[in-house]
Every structure is written in structure tokens, then in C-alpha cells.
Design a protein around this ligand. Structure first.
Ligand code: NAD
Ligand code: TYD
Length: 346
């Protein structure tokens, strides 16, 4: 048995990755280590716990807690480590940057230090295209300089640099993936796709920031998981791999597609006050990971339809989330914006 430690495995991409790994490798044991912040949710792993009682374990812990991290690695004989744990929402990073610096930089350092001391065989740091900042034309290569705009992306960039430092200084076998905007089942409904799908189901307004012309490159979560798996097993230590599917859409195009799939009216769209520091466009050159053998296998529109269907059919999952603490954030972020928002006239 090979043991893989999946930090942040109770979140969106981490839970999809855990399910994917256990399905693909019958001789792997997965240990999810997660703090269960507002975004961590054991409902995301309910089916996994049932399907793999002998090959799945959950540890409730913080990646900033060095003692507990080391104890877990030793107790389970961890050989592989994939770090998904992060504060991950740009808008929240504008309200409270401190927790982003703590988890995304300091927490990454704690994991690297444990990997160095205890000799973990291979580690992947799951990072983001946002570390490069915005690009008007063309696409970023892995060798391009970092130019993050938000406290979120600056913290992720700090985590990336710490990984490279641990590789260069001590040879810690760590690879970095920089994925683009990801979507699919179990994504917390603060991110634009699940927020807009669930709001539209309830005939609530969809708050589009600014002019709706910002561009994101959308990646289906299972394609993202396959890329991380490939880099974990075949990537070269110390290297960075961009992961994007080339599905570039303006936010307005994306919103209209979601409404079309749900057969909801475009009158639900509201143009609202922009996000400060809002990056205009993200775009990645993915030649390097394609040369390693990856390519996206899901067509964007089909994957989006599949995702919409999942939220329609799994209201038990998101209705529990969209109450209490979530509504507090929603009011803080959107109440004033929606009150002064403008409707869409096509
Ligand atoms: P998420 O917010 O859904 O999940 C993050 C998980 O990390 C949660 O389960 C949370 O409880 C856990 N966590 C947070 N702080 C922790 C700590 N201190 N110790 C242990 N666990 C902690 O995020 P996601 O969308 O699944 O993103 C996962 C990773 O992928 C992040 O590192 C993010 O930067 C990166 N990424 C995300 C996207 C995207 O579009 N969602 C794209 C590219 C890269
Ligand atoms: P988001 O899902 O927050 O991801 P990121 O900021 O990491 O790219 O946002 C995706 C895009 O959607 C981004 O350009 C901001 C925009 N957006 C809105 O227009 N309205 C919203 O309510 C949210 C959450 C995002």
C-alpha cells in the first residue's frame, strides 16, 4: 500500500481528487488532513468514506500545526503529499488577508519542513494561474515573472516561492501545478459558477462585477485532478506545470450560458460594483504539461451542463451551506452592490 496525504482534501478540488485517486489506484490509501474551515465539508467525502472504509482516513488538523502534521506523516507512513489546503476566495482575501498569509504561506512552509525532515518521496503544491496576474494578450508560461494582484494570489505566490526554495536548498522533491479557474460538483457556492447556478435556481439576482468582460479560462475539476495526478507521478521535482483547458470566456458569456442551461431569464443579471484589483484576463500556455502527456478530456459546455445538473439534483448539499455564516458573508459582499446594481439589457 502507498499512502498519500491529501491536505485540504475536504474542500472542492481536494475531495474530487481523493475520490479520483481511490478509484484509480486500488493499492493506495488516502489520508485527508483538513482544518474544516467554512469551506471544508465532510459531506464532500461522505460517499468516499462509505465506499473505501479500509483505504480512507480523515484527520481533523491545521497545516500550520507542525506537531500534528509530523505525527500524521509518521503514523501513516506517508510517501506522497498533495497540498490543496488554502484560503481560496479572492473576495474574502480583501476582508481578511491575515488568514490567507497564515495558511497559504506559513502552512505551506510547515508541510515543506515536514517533507524535508521525514523524507516524503514526492509532493505537489496545488497553485493557481492567479500568481502571474492579469494578461491582456497572449498566455503566461511557467518561466514568466509572478505579478499577483490580490492578497489571495500574493499568498499563493509566497507558497510557490517557498516550495522552490525548499527544492533548491534541500532537494525536497516538490512540484507545483498552476491550475486555471476550476468548476464542478462540490464547489462552495461563493465561487462564481456555483453561486450563479444556485442563485438562478432560486430566481435570485446574479451579481456580475464591473462590465462582465473579465475573462477566465475554465477547467473541469476531473481534468484538473488528472493533471495533478500526472505531475505527482511523472513530473520533475522543482518544476512548475501550468494547467488550463483553453476555455476562455467573458463572465457575461459564462452567465448567459448558465441561464440558458437552466432556462432562466437574463433579467436575473445585475451589473454591480467591481471587485477592487479585479484581474482582467487569465490565460495559460500549457505546452509543458501537454508534453508530459496531459490533455483536457471534458468538453466545456458538456461539463458545464453536467455541473448544473449536479447542483439541481444535490440541493441537500448546498442548501445546508447557504444559511447562517454564509449569509453573513453574502450580505457583506453583495447587499449594497445589489441595491445599486443595474439590470442587463441585451
Ligand atoms: P476550497 O476553499 O474549496 O478548499 C480548501 C480546503 O482547505 C478546505 O477543505 C479547508 O477546510 C481546507 N483548509 C483551509 N485552511 C486550512 C488549514 N490551515 N489547514 C488544513 N486545511 C485547511 O478550495 P479549492 O477550490 O478546492 O482549492 C484547492 C486548492 O486549489 C487551493 O490551494 C487553491 O488555491 C487551488 N486552486 C483552486 C482553483 C479553483 O478554481 N477553485 C484553481 C486553481 C488552484
Ligand atoms: P471567482 O469564482 O471568485 O474566481 P477568481 O476570482 O479566483 O477568478 O470569480 C470568477 C470571475 O467571476 C471573476 O472575474 C470575478 C467574477 N465574479 C462576478 O462577476 N461576480 C461574483 O459574484 C463572483 C463571486 C465572481
Amino acid at each position: 500500500m502507498t499512502t498519500i496525504l491529501i491536505t485540504g482534501g475536504a474542500g472542492f478540488i481536494g475531495s474530487n481528487f481523493t475520490r479520483y485517486i481511490l478509484q484509480k489506484y486500488p493499492d493506495y490509501k488516502a489520508v485527508v488532513y483538513d482544518k474544516l474551515t467554512y469551506a471544508g465539508n465532510l459531506d464532500n467525502l461522505k460517499d468516499v468514506a462509505q465506499a473505501y472504509p479500509d483505504r480512507y482516513a480523515f484527520i481533523h488538523g491545521d497545516i500550520c500545526d507542525a506537531e500534528k502534521v509530523e505525527e500524521t506523516i509518521k503514523a501513516y507512513g506517508v510517501e506522497l503529499l498533495v497540498n490543496f489546503a488554502a484560503e481560496s476566495h479572492v473576495d474574502r482575501s480583501l476582508f481578511e488577508p491575515g488568514s490567507f498569509i497564515q495558511t497559504d504561506i506559513f502552512g505551506t512552509y510547515v508541510l515543506l519542513e515536514a517533507a524535508r525532515k521525514l523524507g516524503v518521496s514526492r509532493m505537489v503544491q496545488v497553485s493557481t494561474d492567479e500568481v502571474y496576474g492579469s494578461i491582456e494578450k497572449g498566455s503566461f508560461k511557467e518561466s514568466d515573472p509572478l505579478n499577483p494582484s490580490s492578497p489571495y494570489s500574493a499568498s499563493k505566490a509566497g507558497g510557490d516561492l517557498m516550495c522552490l526554495a525548499y527544492y533548491k536548498t534541500w532537494g525536497v522533491p516538490v512540484m507545483i501545478t498552476r491550475g486555471s479557474n476550476t468548476f464542478g460538483p462540490y464547489q462552495y457556492p461563493e465561487k462564481v459558477i456555483p453561486l450563479f447556478i444556485t442563485n438562478a435556481i432560486d430566481n435570485q439576482p446574479l451579481p456580475l462585477y464591473g462590465d462582465g468582460m473579465n475573462v477566465r479560462d475554465w477547467l473541469y475539476v476531473l481534468d484538473h485532478c488528472e493533471a495533478i495526478d500526472l505531475v505527482l507521478h511523472e513530473g520533475k521535482p522543482g518544476e512548475i506545470y501550468n494547467v488550463g483547458a483553453g476555455n476562455e470566456l467573458t463572465n457575461l458569456e459564462l452567465t448567459r450560458l448558465i441561464l440558458k442551461i437552466l432556462r432562466k431569464p437574463e433579467s436575473l443579471i445585475r451589473f454591480v460594483e467591481d471587485r477592487p484589483g479585479h484581474d482582467r484576463r487569465y490565460s495559460l500556455d500549457c505546452t509543458k504539461i501537454k508534453a508530459l502527456g496531459w490533455q483536457p478530456r471534458h468538453k466545456f459546455e458538456e461539463a458545464l451542463e453536467e455541473t448544473v445538473r449536479w447542483y439541481v439534483e444535490n440541493q441537500w448539499w448546498w442548501r445546508k451551506i447557504k444559511s447562517g455564516q454564509y449569509m453573513e458573508f453574502y450580505r457583506k459582499q453583495y447587499e449594497k452592490r445589489l441595491a445599486t446594481g443595474k439590470p442587463f439589457n441585451s
